[in-house]
Ligand binder design. Structure first.
Ligand SMILES: Nc1nc2c(ncn2[C@@H]2O[C@H](COP(=O)(O)OP(=O)(O)OP(=O)(O)O)[C@@H](O)[C@H]2O)c(=O)[nH]1
Ligand SMILES: [Mg+2]
Length: 195
């Protein structure tokens, strides 16, 4: 359970992230997928992470201290159409440095829009995580926009796609920040991995 959530700092580079022993649980995904909204929903703290209908809102690595014990981390989105072409096809340095080099990074949730077919950029990113041995899970966002059976179909499609490549599937969660769905499952899981 989250009893306390406070903004700690925004970092431009991994050299600036908090230098303590506390572990990070981070959220990533395409711009506008709902990372910041999910962080607000999980912490029950509406204005904690900045949300915007315009993609590309989160530009920095944002650390939120939870229960004085661990950090929830909001990352910039990838695949933002208005960044330069070279940036769009790859992943920005701030993201790759953080995800692959930052020792605080303990677990990464990749957020995907439940309404969309598996997107190439997400699959590419997930592939890199697998190769880099980064522990990750998948969270389907905006499930309030679909029926229960449509959500189940999206999860099944994703699982099938990943099973073509991976022997073991990552943990998967469905969520709606609008309806506060998925909170207990995600927080219970985080509790377990931090134990
Ligand atoms: N219906 C619905 N809309 C959502 C949900 N989560 C986020 N949104 C909307 O999606 C838009 C983007 O949300 P953000 O949380 O700012 O997305 P983000 O992934 O942090 O975006 P960037 O910081 O730009 O990468 C906003 O208009 C949100 O209101 C959800 O669960 N349901
Ligand atoms: Mg954001």
């Amino acid at each position: 359970m989250i009893t306390k959530a406070e903004f700690k700092c925004s970092s431009e580079r991994i050299g600036q992230v908090p230098r303590d022993e506390r572990r990070d649980v981070a959220f990533i995904g395409r711009s506008n997928v709902g990372k910041s909204s999910l962080i607000n929903m999980l912490t029950r703290h509406k204005g904690l992470a900045k949300v915007s209908a315009t993609p590309g809102k989160t530009r920095l690595i944002n650390h939120f201290l939870i229960n004085d014990d661990w950090y929830l981390v909001d990352l910039p989105g990838y695949g933002y159409a208005r960044t330069s072409k070279s940036q769009r096809s790859g992943f920005s340095k701030i993201i790759t440095d953080y995800v692959f080099k930052c020792e605080k990074m303990h677990f990464l949730f990749v957020l995907v829009d439940s309404r969309l077919e598996p997107q190439r950029i997400d699959l590419e990113f997930i592939e890199q995580l697998g190769e880099g041995g980064v522990p990750f899970g998948i969270i389907f966002t905006k499930c309030d926009k679909l029926s229960k059976s449509q959500v189940a179909r999206s999860v099944a499609t994703y699982s099938k796609r990943l099973a073509e490549q991976w022997e073991e599937l990552p943990p998967m969660f469905t969520s709606s920040s609008e309806k506060a769905e998925g909170r207990d499952e995600i927080l219970d899981f985080i509790d377990k991995i931090l134990k």
